[in-house]
Design a protein around this ligand. Structure first.
Ligand code: PMP
Length: 940
C-alpha cells in the first residue's frame, strides 16, 4: 500500500550532505537548517534558497511538473518559489547521498511567516485560505503536465483505499470512529463523483503552505502534492487546515468557503461532496500520521502534527454532514434575506397558549424529559389550541451520553395543536402545493411548510390536531425541523420566526452564555473562579447528568456534593414541604434538628455522640479546630501539607494546597505545624513501607518540637484520604500511627470527612474506617446536604462540653428545619437506594476500567482512590513521575466536548478527579472511560 501510493519514511540526508550538494551542484553556500517534511527532506540554505531532496520513489516528471506549475502561479500573481538552475543547467539534479540516487532541487525562498504561526487564527485567516485556494484553482485551470497524473495517498480519490489500508495503525479507541465517518463520507461523495470537475490542483493549500510577508501578500510553497484530482479537493484540503488551526468552531470554515466561491463558483455536486471530502481528508491525515509514527518513530514533526490532525478530525465529524451541506449551500448561494410580510394563518378566534420545552421548563422535571413521549405529554396537558416555541433548544430532544453539540435540540419550526376543522388562512401570496403529509405555500420570499391533518378546502384548508409548521426562505436551501445548535444564528436566518402566522409570540428567548459570563465577571468577584475558559451555561441537572441551555447533556464526574444526584425528587419534596411549613433557627424547638443529630450520632463510632450543625465544610473544620484548642487549652495544630480544609480564618490556616493558594507555605500562622504530605505515590516515602517512613519523620519532628518546648499540641486535622492529591489512599497504618502519637501528647484527632464520607468509598461509610483509625472529632459537609449548605461536627460529649468555656454556640441557619429535613432526606435516599453499595460496585468497575486504560496510555501514571473517589494521575514520564499539567488541562477541555465534566486537581493540577454523584450508572462510567480513552489517543 505504502509503496504503491508513495508514502514512505524520509530519505536519509544530513545537514552536511545538504551543504555539500548545494555547494557542488549549484555553487551556493550558506547556513543550512533542516525544515520539517512528512516524506522528503527540506533545508533552508542561507537567506535566499531552499534545497528539496525528494523521496526515492518520487518520479522525475513529477518534479518537473512542480517546477512548471510554479511558473503558472507566478504568472497569476501568486508568490511561489522558482526553480534555480544548477551549474549544469538542470532544475532537477540527480545526487548521490548514502549510496542512493535522489533528486534534488534548489528553489528560491518565499519570504513570509506561515499562516500556521499567526497568533490568533480567525475569520480573516480562514478567508485568506479560501481566497488563495480559489486563485490557485483558477490559475491552474488550463495547466496540463504528464507529471501530474500519478496516484498518491493525498489524492482524495484514493482516500477510501488509504484509510482502509492504514486504519489498523489508528489507536483502537478511535478506529471505529474513523472507519464509520469515512464510510459515510465515501458513500456521500460516490453519489456525486461522476459530476465532480477535475483539474490540476496544488493539493495541499493549508495554513503551513501559505506564507504572509510584511505587506500581507500571500505566498504559496510546497507543490509536492501537485496532481490532477477533483477540483473541489483543493477547497476541502484548505478547510481541513482551518479546522486544524485552533479555531474551535467548524463554522469558521464557512468563511473559507465564501472566499473560495468568490474566485471559483461551486457546482451543485461540489457543494454536496465538500464536507464529506473534508472528513475524508481528515481521516487520511490521521491514519497517515498514525502510520508514520509507527514506521518513523524519530519523526517529531509528524508526532507534533498528530494532535492537530485529530483536532481537525474531531471538529470535522462534530457536525452533521447533512446540516453542513445545507450551511455550505446557503453560504455559496450567498443568501441575502429578503424582506417579507406575513399575515395570520390561524383564525382570529384561535390563539394558542405557548408551552415551554426548554431546559428551564417546569413541565419536564424529575427526569420527565427523558421519556420518549414527553413532548406529546406537555402538549396534551394544555389541550388545543397550543403551540411550542420557535428557535427553542428543546430539552425533550436532549441526548445523554453524547458529544456536546451533537443532539439536534434546536427547533426551527413549531408544533401547533388546533381544534378540529380549523380554517387556515392564506398568510402571504404564493402557490399551494400538496406534499407528502401536508402542503407547502411557495411565495417569492418565503415558503411555508405545514405537515399534519389538513383537508383541502377554503384558504389553505381545514386543519385538525397536531400540525408541524416551518417557514423557509424560498431562494435558500431547506433547513431541517430540528438541528444541532452550533449554527443557531444561521439556522434562524434560514427558517424565520412564524409568530405572525399564529397571532402569538412564539419566539423562544435565546440563551446567551457569553453574555451571562460577562455579567458574572463584572458583578461577581472574579477570585471566585469558574470551570473552563468558555463554560457551557448549565441550568438543569438530573441524577449524574447536567444539561446546558442548548439542551446538551454532560456526565457530571466532579460533583461529590450531589450525593444523591441532581434534582432528586425526594429532596425536592422534603425541602419544598419544610419551606412551606417553617424555616427558622435551632434555638426554637422542632423535631428535624433532633432527628438529624440522632441519625448522625448513630452513624459515628461509639462515644462520638454530640453533634454540632453548621453550614459548610469550612465552618465545620473551623469549629473542630476551636474544639480541639478549647478542650486542650493549647493552640498548636498539626496539619498535613498540600491539603485543603476550607476558607475561613482557621480552616484556611491549616490549608496549604498550592492549587488553591500558591503562596500558602509562606504565610502560615505560628500555631500551625505542617507535617509532610503522606502521598505514597509521588511523596517523600513511596510504596509499601511508606507509613513507617512518614511516621519516623513525624517522630523526629515531634521530638524537635519537644526540644523547642513547642510539643504542647491541641491536636491534628487531617483528611483520611489525600483529597488534594487526587484521592491517594494514605499508606496503611499511617492515620492510626498519627492519632496514636497525637494522643500520646494529649492532643485531639480530627478527621476531615468533608470529601470522602457518606459511603463514597464504597467499602466504608467514613474515610477513617479505611485506615482502621478512630478520630475524636469528625467534620462533615458537602455530601450531607447534597448541595444545601449543611455541615456537622461530631465529637465526644467531653470535648463538646469543654467548648462551653467559650460561651454558647449558635449558627443562625445551621440545623435549620429546611437544612435538617434535607439532611435527613439525603440519608434516607442513601439507604433506600443503596448508594454506598453503588459506590462500591460501580466505583470498582470505574477503577478497573481506568487501570485497563493505564495499560494503553503511558500518560496515566497512576489510578488513585477507591469507590467513587478516584484520581487519574497524568504524567509526562512514568519513571520520574513528572506531572503532565498541560495534558490534564487539554484532556478536560476535550472531555467537555465529549460530554463529560472532569476537572484536574493536585498541586500540579495533573490529577483528573473522579468523584461523581453516587447514583452514577455503569453505562455512564463506560461512556466517560471510553471518552477518556479517545481523548488520550487524540492528544497522543
Ligand atoms: N475540607 C475538605 C477536605 C474539603 O475538600 C473542603 C472543600 N473542598 C472543605 C473542607 C471546605 O468545605 P466548604 O467548601 O463546604 O466550606
Amino acid at each position: 500500500m505504502t509503496d504503491e501510493l508513495g508514502g514512505l519514511a524520509r530519505p536519509e540526508v544530513s545537514v552536511e550532505d545538504a551543504a555539500r550538494v548545494v555547494r557542488e551542484r549549484w555553487g551556493v553556500e550558506g547556513d543550512v537548517v533542516e525544515l520539517g517534511s512528512n516524506q522528503d527532506r527540506n533545508f533552508r540554505i542561507g537567506a535566499g534558497h531552499v534545497l528539496k531532496v525528494a523521496n526515492a520513489v518520487t518520479d522525475l516528471t513529477e518534479l518537473e511538473a512542480q517546477n512548471a506549475s510554479m511558473d503558472v502561479l507566478d504568472g497569476a500573481g501568486l508568490r511561489a518559489p522558482q526553480p534555480v538552475e544548477s551549474v549544469d543547467g538542470r532544475t532537477v539534479e540527480p545526487v548521490e547521498i548514502g549510496g542512493v540516487t535522489l533528486h534534488a532541487r534548489l528553489l528560491t525562498y518565499v519570504e513570509g511567516t506561515p499562516l500556521m504561526d499567526v497568533e490568533s487564527f480567525g475569520d480573516a485567516e480562514a478567508r485568506m485560505l479560501g481566497e488563495t485556494a480559489g486563485r490557485i484553482v483558477a490559475a491552474l485551470a488550463g495547466f496540463e503536465h504528464e507529471g501530474t497524473t500519478r496516484t498518491t495517498q493525498w489524492d482524495l480519490r484514493a482516500a477510501p483505499d488509504v484509510v482502509r489500508a492504514l486504519l489498523h495503525h489508528v489507536p483502537e479507541s478511535l478506529r471505529a470512529r474513523v472507519a464509520n465517518a469515512s464510510l459515510d463520507s465515501v458513500a456521500r461523495v460516490a453519489a456525486v463523483s461522476p459530476a465532480l470537475p477535475r483539474q490540476v490542483i496544488h493539493g495541499d493549500v493549508t495554513d503551513d503552505n501559505l506564507v504572509l510577508d510584511e505587506q500581507g501578500s500571500v505566498g504559496v510553497i510546497d507543490l509536492g502534492d501537485l496532481m490532477v484530482s477533483w477540483r473541489v479537493a483543493e477547497l476541502a484540503v484548505a478547510l481541513t487546515g482551518v479546522l486544524a488551526n485552533g479555531c474551535d468552531d467548524p463554522l469558521t470554515s464557512l468563511e473559507t468557503v465564501r472566499a473560495y466561491a468568490e474566485q471559483v463558483p461551486l457546482e451543485h455536486a461540489e457543494v454536496v461532496a465538500l464536507w464529506p471530502l473534508v472528513v475524508l481528508r481528515c481521516a487520511v491525515l490521521v491514519t497517515s500520521a498514525a502510520e508514520l509514527t509507527a514506521i518513523d518513530e524519530g519523526n517529531d514533526y509528524a508526532a507534533e502534527r498528530t494532535s492537530r490532525e485529530w483536532r481537525a478530525f474531531r471538529l470535522a465529524t462534530s457536525i452533521d454532514p447533512d446540516e453542513m451541506a445545507v450551511l455550505v449551500a446557503a453560504t455559496v448561494a450567498g443568501v441575502r434575506p429578503r424582506p417579507f410580510s406575513l399575515g395570520r394563518m390561524l383564525p382570529e378566534g384561535v390563539r394558542p397558549r405557548v408551552v415551554d420545552l426548554s431546559v428551564l421548563s417546569p413541565s419536564l422535571d424529575a427526569g420527565r424529559w427523558l421519556e420518549p413521549d414527553a413532548e406529546q405529554a406537555v402538549l396534551a396537558a394544555q389541550g388545543a389550541p397550543v403551540s411550542t416555541r420557535w428557535a427553542e433548544h428543546r430539552l425533550t430532544q436532549a441526548r445523554p451520553l453524547a458529544a456536546r453539540g451533537s443532539a439536534k435540540t434546536l427547533a426551527l419550526g413549531v408544533d401547533v395543536v388546533v381544534p378540529e376543522g380549523t380554517l387556515l388562512h392564506v398568510p402571504f401570496e404564493g402557490e399551494r402545493v400538496r406534499i407528502d403529509g401536508g402542503f407547502e405555500l411557495r411565495g417569492d420570499a418565503l415558503t411555508l411548510v405545514v405537515r399534519g391533518d389538513v383537508e383541502d378546502g377554503d384558504g389553505l384548508g381545514l386543519a385538525s390536531g397536531h400540525l408541524r409548521v416551518q417557514l423557509h426562505r424560498t431562494e435558500a436551501p431547506r433547513a431541517p425541523f430540528l438541528v444541532s445548535p452550533r449554527a443557531h444564528a444561521l439556522w434562524r436566518a434560514l427558517s424565520p420566526d412564524p409568530s405572525a402566522l399564529l397571532g402569538v409570540d412564539v419566539a423562544a428567548p435565546q440563551p446567551d452564555p457569553d453574555d451571562v459570563l460577562a455579567r458574572r465577571d463584572a458583578a461577581y468577584a472574579p477570585v471566585q473562579e469558574h470551570y473552563y475558559a468558555a463554560p457551557p451555561q448549565v441550568e438543569r441537572g438530573w441524577r449524574e447528568l447536567m444539561v446546558d441551555t442548548q439542551a446538551q447533556v454532560y456526565v457530571d464526574v466532579v460533583n461529590n456534593v450531589a450525593t444523591t444526584g441532581h434534582a432528586h425528587p425526594h429532596l425536592v419534596e422534603a425541602a419544598t414541604r419544610q419551606w412551606s411549613l417553617l424555616n427558622t433557627n435551632s434555638r426554637f424547638h422542632y423535631a428535624a434538628v433532633a432527628e438529624l443529630s440522632e441519625r448522625l450520632a448513630a452513624l459515628a463510632p461509639d462515644g462520638l455522640d454530640s453533634v454540632f450543625l453548621v453550614n459548610s465544610g469550612s465552618e465545620a473544620v473551623d469549629l473542630a479546630i476551636r474544639l480541639a484548642q478549647t478542650a486542650t487549652g493549647r493552640p498548636r495544630m498539626l496539619a498535613a501539607r498540600e491539603a485543603y480544609h476550607g476558607w475561613t480564618l482557621a480552616s484556611d490556616a491549616v490549608s496549604t494546597s498550592l492549587g488553591d493558594n500558591p503562596r500558602a507555605l509562606e504565610s502560615r500562622p505560628d500555631w500551625v505545624e505542617l507535617i509532610d504530605a503522606p502521598n505514597s505515590v509521588r511523596g517523600t516515602h513511596r510504596g509499601a513501607d511508606a507509613a513507617a517512613g512518614y511516621l519516623a519523620d513525624l517522630d523526629v519532628q515531634l521530638d524537635a518540637l519537644g526540644e523547642e518546648g513547642r510539643a504542647q499540641l491541641a491536636g491534628v486535622v487531617i483528611e483520611p484520604i489525600f483529597g488534594n492529591g487526587g484521592g491517594v489512599l494514605l499508606p496503611d497504618g499511617y492515620l492510626a500511627g498519627v492519632f496514636e502519637r497525637v494522643r500520646a501528647l494529649g492532643g485531639v484527632c480530627i478527621s476531615d470527612e468533608v470529601q470522602v464520607s457518606y459511603g463514597r468509598l464504597g467499602e466504608h461509610f467514613w474515610g477513617f474506617e479505611q485506615q482502621g483509625a478512630v478520630p475524636d472529632v469528625i467534620t462533615v459537609a458537602k455530601a450531607m446536604g447534597n448541595g444545601q449548605p449543611l455541615g456537622a461536627v461530631i465529637t465526644t460529649r467531653e470535648i463538646a462540653e469543654a467548648f462551653a468555656a467559650e460561651g454558647s454556640f449558635f449558627s443562625s441557619s445551621g440545623g435549620s428545619p429546611v437544612s435538617s429535613r434535607i439532611g435527613l432526606a439525603v440519608l434516607d435516599v442513601l439507604e433506600s437506594e443503596r448508594l454506598q453499595e453503588n459506590a462500591r460496585e460501580v466505583g470498582g468497575h470505574f477503577r478497573e476500567r481506568l487501570l485497563a486504560l493505564a495499560d494503553l496510555h503511558p500518560a496515566i501514571g497512576a489510578v488513585h482512590g477507591m469507590g467513587l473517589y478516584l484520581g487519574v494521575e497524568l504524567v509526562s514520564d512514568r519513571e520520574t513521575f513528572a506531572p503532565a499539567t498541560q495534558l490534564a488541562a487539554d484532556v478536560c477541555d476535550l472531555l467537555l466536548e465529549e460530554g463529560a465534566i472532569v476537572q484536574p486537581t493536585g498541586d500540579h493540577k495533573n490529577v483528573l478527579k473522579i468523584k461523581p454523584p453516587l447514583v452514577i450508572t455503569r453505562e455512564s462510567v463506560d461512556y466517560v472511560v471510553d471518552a477518556l480513552d479517545r481523548v488520550l489517543s487524540m492528544l497522543g
